[in-house]
Design a protein around this ligand. Sequence first.
Ligand code: PEP
Ligand code: MN
Length: 337
Amino acid sequence: MIIQLEEKLKAKGKEHILTAINSIGYKTTEVKTQKGHYLVCIGKNEFDIRIIGSLDGVQDIHRVSDSYKLVSRKWKTDATQIDLGNKVVIREGELTIMAGPCSIENEEQVLKVVKHLVANGVQIMRGGVFKPRSSPYAFRGLGMEGLKMFNRVCKAHGIKIITEVMQVSQIKEMYDYVDIFQVGARNSQNFNLLDELGRVDKPVLIKRGMSGTIDELLQSAEYIFSNGNEKLMLCERGIRTYENAYRNTFDLNAIPVLKEKTHLPVIADPSHGVGVRDYVSSMALASVMAGADGIIYEVHEKPEEAASDGQQTLDFMESEALIKNARAAFSAKREFV
Ligand code: PEP
Ligand code: MN
């Protein structure tokens, strides 16, 4: 059960509500986010919801049977919008496009991608500076110096930044230089990291773990929300299966399922999802048709020279075609009955 409290609620009123919840044998977690003040109540006993609903200070009350609560659509039917400032808003009903290299490599590379994005009306650039790599000998990113350069070039052109944070200690130093923190697939259930990202006022995109279920992804998002940050979005990026004809099995099914289960924006990452350049654009278009609120994919001037993930990275021509086609697919979908 979720109780939304009135903004002006005084301590005494809150105590009264907590006593009433206690008396029905429910355990309560208090959550204060940028947008609201909630009580998440967990328990099994049957009771008349009107008893709590009619108490002073209760703005709204809902039973939520899902294992996740605050991120559930059962409670909040309005889709969450994420405002990045300067009129860049991630929302249902508009297609958000985020693109950029797998890794930030140097200033020239960033500038070329920025110009490509600006020319195509894309406002958010992706690029990792802290890279999770299977091999310790592979390129692991430029770190904070790279992020500062990435930020400087993007800000000069009005482009927002999404980049991966790998551990708690990085959050503070990265904070001023990012617009969206990305939680990578390998960290999808790093609960300490999720807790800490719940305590910052900055949007977070959380990727599905390589072997994570949809329910687990939603519960990971619940960690962040329940710590106070509701500027959240989810990302389907493929899961590991027995199929080895491509890098991952892009779970297209997850998109409509997530859209139904949660009010959070759902973003598709076909680059990691399929992992093969020739299939990325079709899977991106398929995700748009499946109802994704946005796509995030890898692009590089010369994919064959990319420091990481070149095999799944589009070149500028392919990217330009994808942007046009994705927008066309999105508007065509709007006309569907
Ligand atoms: C990435 O975005 O480059 C990345 C490492 O993604 P994932 O965590 O989905 O593997
Ligand atoms: Mn990558």
